[in-house]
Design a protein. Structure first.
Length: 464
């Protein structure tokens, strides 16, 4: 029986363990922080739970044009508030419940879980430090899935009270009066959107020309407009040089000499891998200059028999990618059918309001594609269901190859875009054409109808 040892119990680790157990391996997970990892306990699950509450606030606050009134006759956006301790308690409870669900599933599959910190002392040997001491384990295959943690900005070290990482937000006793968010990537934009909806004044400090510079430009600019209309202050081309405490708040120092004052500051300037202290140097596992483990398309490291998955690889810091990397590693290690992961087929979502979902070819690739790309962009303002729901911001964009009509990618900006992107993902994954999408039935009225409508328009463009 093949012995599998996995360092880390996040999505990359526990999904790999389930696959390995189903394929008949003997599986050990060494977990330090709790099953589910940061994704479940302090990152993805908590943040999206918080965002679910913020979405309810936005929906209620924008419902007056639909005829919704409070009994008192007051405006919804003037009267509705959140009880942050209740929200945070729900966030933590759901995270723990999800972690417990994972533990139960692993137990049913016969996976052994050891609570402690592991390090490699040889290609097939690791030592685990627990509360009782140290114990050695042998393994035929090792998977490194130790994740990443928030990057700390020099001069803006978090104190857990006023200067915060995104993992510390859920201990706040009250809603921030004025939250200054440093960093306008996906994480910064999501929390800025959420806390603005919850009722905080928000200032977003962006070092770039626009928020979310790595996302579709049309989508990012639309979101900037929404943020601004809702009252958010966005400081572009403004780099934070440090964050300090004041008597009852914070002051963010900018590198141009300016300052921004607020009650709290969230620093969201990226992540660093949890790869120090794992003994990687003992066995020759190669990392890049930032400490991320280098892997190939089937999650192999530079050392035979040692694989890596998830945020510690720096491939794409998404739970879905971590899980797939872990599964692929086990399929490959245990001789099952496998193919390298195609990053161009990864669907991603930004959980702002509205959401931004993308898959396949993006704007940057379109601009450099020598084969030519046809594009159609449809605003949701013309969609019947969107009108009924009072949705005014959003669009559907599709890309295809001229001549063949093969769907190359797409962008959806809409409420629940994370759900609406699936048909585009299926099309990209299976090399479907715009004709096949165009001839697929959708519900009327539905926002998904804009996807097939875009495909019909692309059919005309691709065959023009």
């Amino acid at each position: 029986m093949t012995r599998i040892a996995i360092l880390g119990g996040g999505p990359g680790g526990y999904e790999a363990a389930l696959v390995a157990a189903q394929l008949g391996a003997e599986v050990l997970i060494v977990d330090r922080d709790g099953l589910g990892g940061a994704c479940v306990l302090t990152d993805c699950v908590p943040s999206k739970t918080l965002i679910a509450t913020s979405e309810s606030m936005t929906t209620f606050a924008s419902s007056e044009p639909l005829g919704v009134r409070l009994v008192s006759g007051a405006r919804a956006d003037d009267e509705v508030t959140v009880d942050l301790p209740v929200v945070n308690a729900r966030v933590k409870a759901l995270a723990l419940a999800q972690s417990l669900d994972i533990a139960r599933r692993l137990a049913r599959e016969g996976v052994e879980v050891v609570s402690g910190a592991g390090r490699l002392v040889g290609p097939n040997r690791l030592v685990v430090r627990t509360e009782e001491g140290e114990e050695g384990y042998g393994a035929d295959v090792v998977l490194i899935a130790t994740g990443a943690r928030p990057r700390v900005l020099a001069g803006a070290e978090p104190d857990g009270e006023r200067i915060l990482t995104w993992q510390q937000l859920y201990d706040l006793p009250a809603l921030p009066e004025h939250l200054v968010v440093v960093g306008s990537g996906v994480t910064g934009a999501e929390f800025a959107s959420a806390y603005q909806a919850l009722g905080s004044a928000v200032t977003l400090v962006s070092s770039r020309d626009r928020v979310m510079p790595s996302e579709d430009a049309d989508a990012a600019l639309l979101l900037e407009d929404v943020f601004t209309r809702r009252g958010m202050r966005i400081l572009k081309r403004s780099r934070a040089a440090g964050v300090g405490r004041t008597g009852d708040g914070v002051v963010v120092k900018l590198d141009d000499g300016g300052t921004v004052e607020g009650s709290h500051c969230l620093v969201a300037v990226g992540s660093v891998p949890n790869t120090v202290g794992l003994g990687l140097e003992n066995v020759g596992v190669v990392t890049d200059d930032a400490g991320y483990v280098k892997v190939d398309g089937v999650s192999r490291t530079s050392v035979p028999g040692i694989y890596a998955a998830g945020d510690c690889t720096g491939v794409l810091l998404l739970a879905s990618v971590a899980a797939m990397q872990g599964r692929i590693a086990m399929w490959h290690a245990l001789g099952d059918a496998v193919r390298p992961m195609r990053l161009s087929h990864v669907a991603a979502n930004v959980f702002t309001d509205p959401e931004i979902a993308t898959v396949g070819l993006g704007q940057a690739a379109v601009a450099t594609d020598r084969g030519g790309v046809q594009e159609v962009k449809l605003p949701l303002a013309t969609n019947a269901r969107a009108k009924m729901q009072g949705v005014v911001d959003g669009f559907v964009k599709l890309y295809c190859r001229p001549g063949t009509g093969t769907v190359l990618g797409g962008v959806v900006v809409a409420p629940r875009a994370s759900e609406l992107i699936l048909p585009v993902s299926l099309a990209v994954e299976n090399n479907l054409t715009v004709d096949q999408l165009a001839h697929t039935f959708t519900i009327y009225p539905s926002i998904s109808g804009s996807i097939t409508e875009a495909a019909r328009q692309l059919h005309l463009a691709a065959n023009a």
